[in-house]
Write a protein that binds this ligand. Sequence first.
Ligand SMILES: Nc1nc2c(ncn2[C@@H]2O[C@H](COP(=O)(O)OP(=O)(O)OP(=O)(O)O)[C@@H](O)[C@H]2O)c(=O)[nH]1
Ligand SMILES: [Mg+2]
Length: 342
Amino acid sequence: MDVGEGAGAADRVQIAADGTSAWPGVNWAAPPARGSVVVVIPAHNEERFIGSVVLASRHYADVVVVVDDGSTDGTARLAEDAGAVVVRQGEQSGKARALTVGFQEAHRRAADVVVMLDGDAQHDPEDIPRLAAPILSGEAEVVIGSRFLDRTSEAPGWRRAGQRALTVATNAASGIAVTDSQSGYRALAGRLAANMRLTSRGLGAESEMQWWLAQVAPDARVVEVAITVRYRDAMKRNPVRHGLLVVDTLLRIVERRHPLLLLTLPGVLVGFLGTWMGMGLLHATLAGRGASPIYAAAAFLLFMAGLMLAITGALMHRLEDFQTAIRELVTRAAAPRSGEPT
Ligand SMILES: Nc1nc2c(ncn2[C@@H]2O[C@H](COP(=O)(O)OP(=O)(O)OP(=O)(O)O)[C@@H](O)[C@H]2O)c(=O)[nH]1
Ligand SMILES: [Mg+2]
């Protein structure tokens, strides 16, 4: 699936051989029947801008949903006063989970298109109609607002470099090529959003979404639309830490799906290295040559680390099989019977 893939894509989402594509009865490639647009804003301690973001978004949306988890400031009250539907979560659980909750709420409110944007006023609500348009016209199921499509991003150079590096990593991991994998300004077909389950706790919700699309909805058509982002403040987190947290999310997801490749194989190689060093040590000892204790400890540690990695990968692989089997069972039980609307 590439950016801009046109109308030739298959109508229905394919079910992968390993059963990862759940919800077989859902035809989310069908153009929306109506045109209701629901905006979803994850917000944690965003009292500075949330009111104005909600007010501006309401011009372009039928409903604005704000998901606030554990804010200690006036975010929820200000969002409500500005006319948003506020979903409150007890404690902070991360942007990915907040988005998932928001998508469920949008589904309950019959969203044909869900537009997600940030609550810190970095995104311009005026762009909502441009993001929703390809979905409303049936051209795409996913629209990403890209800061890099027309090369006019306002972001400082180092910030752009980091975002591009994360895009290279996310594209490589997911197999979907976009120009801005970290953009939090996106539109999704309502049915697609309703089925999306994002679970990462740290940063990297957008990377997880790209991975989810590749795994569960590989036929979803993705297009990008140029947006301009305003950076009023400095980054809230240390940029290196921010980047590492996104990479951590990505690694956790990929590792969960390919434990044999990413854990067992390196484990076997490291274990062999430890064994080879140990054999050398044994030879040296038998030949009466002295053996360095540091060398012996390194050989032992490598062997043990390799063994543990290999076993962990094998166990995770078995668990993944188990999960897939359960998912298939649940999917079959939940799939609409023939004749029922999807
Ligand atoms: N509900 C909820 N929202 C969150 C959480 N973490 C981040 N957000 C929201 O997600 C949006 C993006 O988060 P930011 O912290 O601005 O991330 P960013 O834009 O990558 O970082 P900056 O460039 O520093 O602004 C904002 O609206 C945040 O309030 C969370 O744990 N829960
Ligand atoms: Mg931000």
